[in-house]
Design a protein around this ligand. Sequence first.
Ligand code: IFM
Length: 520
Amino acid sequence: MTADTPRSRKPLLLAALGLLVVIAAALFTPWFFGVERRTQRVSAVEAPYPLTFPDDFAFGVATAAQQIEHQQPSDWTAFENRALAEGLTGTGDKPGQAKPGHIHHLDRYPAEIRRKKVDFDRRFPDDFAELAALSISHYRFSISWSRLFPRPGMTAPDPAGVDFYRQVVGALKIHGLTPHVTLFHFSSPAWFWDEVDGQRGWERPDAMQRWSQFVDAAIEAIGPEVADWCTLNEPMVFVYNGYLEGLFPPLEQRAGPPAVAPVVHRLLEAHAIAYHKLHAAAKARGDTVRVGLTQHTRAFDPWRTWAPLDRVAAGFVQQAFIWDMLDAIESGTYAMTDTDYRADIEGLKGTQDYVGINYYGRFYVQMDLGDMAAGPIIHSHDPSDPDELESDLDWAIHPIGLSDVLLEAHRRYGKPIQILENGLADARDGDERRQLFLVSHLREVWHAMNAHGVDIDGYFHWSHMDNFEWAEGFGPRFGLFAVDYTNDFARTPRPSALLYQRIIEGGITEEMWQAYADKL
Ligand code: IFM
């Protein structure tokens, strides 16, 4: 027994050694354990310039009702009025510091601007003429639910609301612009948040019935004129900001992801209902439609590549924030990452004709051992990186992340992709960052299509013009057109609008790319 002991320890030692090797690999080999932090900022494109796009590629701009239209009795309007009345308009001069329950510097804009936003209601025919002159072919906007159903208990939509959207679609047609219509873009009628059996909003027992009524009314109003529909805009942003961070109505700060799973579930149900209604209506009139939803995406990189927890957390956050909902639509089952929540959702399976991608740059994910219960910290930029280019909201600009997201969506679902938003806040004169942003991101789109065979139908820039940026107020300027709030909302195309026109008409030329290549 004693004599045998050294021999029997050998396998134990070997196993321990093996374990050490595995741990070392996990710690020091990024590919083995979680996501690696990307150092490359743009793809290497080896092709003769100009980089051109197919003739039927949709080049558009995107907007949303609450951000550009005159105020309607929505939950956001109620929040805006309350934030103002209670002086909850943030502190500090820098945007990008939204605080729960606040709207940044709303008090600095007069009542007329707060009420009319960018006065789209009056100016849309001229706006469309200007876009058409730039060779832009598509226009994405959302229908305000509260414009169609401003009061509780209505069983038919308000004729004035219906008429407004008919006029918008009519004006688009006159200018040869194709509509792309979103049904839910963050705002809903104020009455939707009145309690029914102790539940509000999407959790009310009658939520799907109310939503169905709205979808039917939208189809009745403009269905025959619209082939492209987006059921929900960035549902995870709505859930994250509205139910976890307290930044958007309903301004809740629930305990953590499992507490919001029922809301995501409801939104998926709403998506499926709208998908089937839109298809049924199109079929009944001998027509076809393309229906999907669009997800807010970012590159999620570890804050510190050497930290295994950051790397693992980056992978988890990306899965939970971007892919969980899209996976659910493919499979019909919603399984929330890192929780026990799992539910089959009736009618959901296969309800996306395209994958909608909104892309805004890079987030860094930090997870510390002592803070595991609180969850990861998300950074929108890295102040220690002197070369990082950032927007006015301090969002890290990271073009290659767009190709990464497009390739991943293609690998997972193999469906056509529509890039329904991509843009940045840039208020500086000459908007050089926006020009750089536009060229470099469209170059990534071209690369994904041509080097990797990703099927991409179109690109919509966020945004058509400066507008109301939710809890950040009017400060951030996302527009291809600048809006002069001191001069009757006058629009002026920024240099980037003219650059967009050149790309649409002739592709990305070598000279264009060289003008920006070394600035990234
Ligand atoms: O303004 C928003 C838009 O409403 C949804 N996507 C992101 C944009 C910029 O934050």
